[in-house]
Design a protein around this ligand. Structure first.
Ligand code: PAF
Length: 286
């Protein structure tokens, strides 16, 4: 694999200097924010940034403020050395991997709340999660000064919320959303998949299967309420799976739909064993 000179830093000032120098050379700067434990999904974001930008920066920071008290912050995987070599292989120019005290210095008290979108679906099941996400992403954007930032469609609500935040706060960064990467059997890649036992991994296929069901039934003319019921039945009928929500929503507002629209998104979240997984599929009817 081709490798390139890659810098790494924990320091905000160093990021600012490097990005300013890149911009002064007329380079387009792309940023891929991550929490590490990089998999093919993240690498697809980096590759897209590499294609579209001249200078690619990846951030690796397991952001504590987006984890609830009963969530998996302490056991979240942190394979930094492996992540850095993957970034090197993908010819990333700079990896910013700050300490917690750099991102959240003592006494800091400002948060970013994106109203509305932050309290439904994921927001309802993970109170405070999106406040943590929007706050850290706003900080990262203020540190990195990128032209483009790359997010996965897998976190569909997250990318909508970040788009909303950028629009509302006039942040001059273009949000690029990249397709979900799946294993051949349909399971959406996630850093949390490593927690699944073999049996649970099999059960986890119920998520992507319920989305396929939604796509097929909507295409066959069924109304969203009937489709939702079928998704729930499929999830509830699978061992190890405890559904949290399954819905067909407007692709922009995430409002639950009674009648089909041209642009819809099917969303699903479930616990598989003790691992919480999400998945989604954009569905447009001609
Ligand atoms: O999607 C993620 O990995 C995180 O939510 C993000 C955007 C890096 C913020 O911590």
């Amino acid at each position: 694999m081709l490798t390139t000179e890659m810098n790494t830093t924990r320091l905000i000032e160093e990021v600012r200097d490097e990005v300013e120098a890149a911009r002064a050379r007329g380079l387009r700067v792309g940023c891929v924010p991550t929490m590490g434990a990089l998999h093919e999904g993240h690498l697809s974001l980096i590759r897209r940034a590499r294609q579209e930008c001249d200078y690619v920066l990846t951030t690796i920071f397991v952001n504590p403020t987006q984890f609830g008290p009963s969530e998996d912050l302490s056991k979240y995987p942190r394979p930094l050395e492996t992540d850095l070599s993957l970034c090197r292989e993908e010819q990333v120019d700079l990896v910013f991997h700050p300490d917690e005290s750099t991102m959240y210095p003592p006494g800091e008290s400002t948060v970013v709340d994106v109203g509305g979108l932050d309290s439904i679906w994921e927001g309802a099941h993970r109170p405070g999660h999106f406040r943590g996400v929007s706050t850290v992403v706003a900080k990262l954007f203020n540190i990195v000064w990128a032209h483009d930032a790359y997010f996965g469609q897998k976190d569909y609500q997250q990318q909508l919320l970040i788009r909303r935040m950028c629009k509302d706060l006039c942040l001059p960064v273009r949000i690029q959303t990249c397709p979900i990467v799946r294993d051949p059997d349909g399971l959406a890649l996630s850093s949390r998949n490593v927690y699944l036992s073999d049996e649970e991994r099999q059960s986890a296929l119920a998520l992507s299967q319920s989305l396929k069901l939604a796509r097929e039934q909507l295409a066959a003319g069924k109304e969203p309420s009937a489709v939702r019921a079928a998704m729930l039945e499929h999830l509830n009928g699978t061992s190890n799976v405890a559904e949290q929500y399954a819905t067909v929503a407007d692709a922009e507002t995430l409002e639950e739909l009674d009648h089909v629209r041209s642009e819809m998104v099917a969303l699903v979240a479930a616990k598989v064993g003790s691992t919480r997984l999400i998945d989604n599929e954009l569905i447009s009817l001609e």
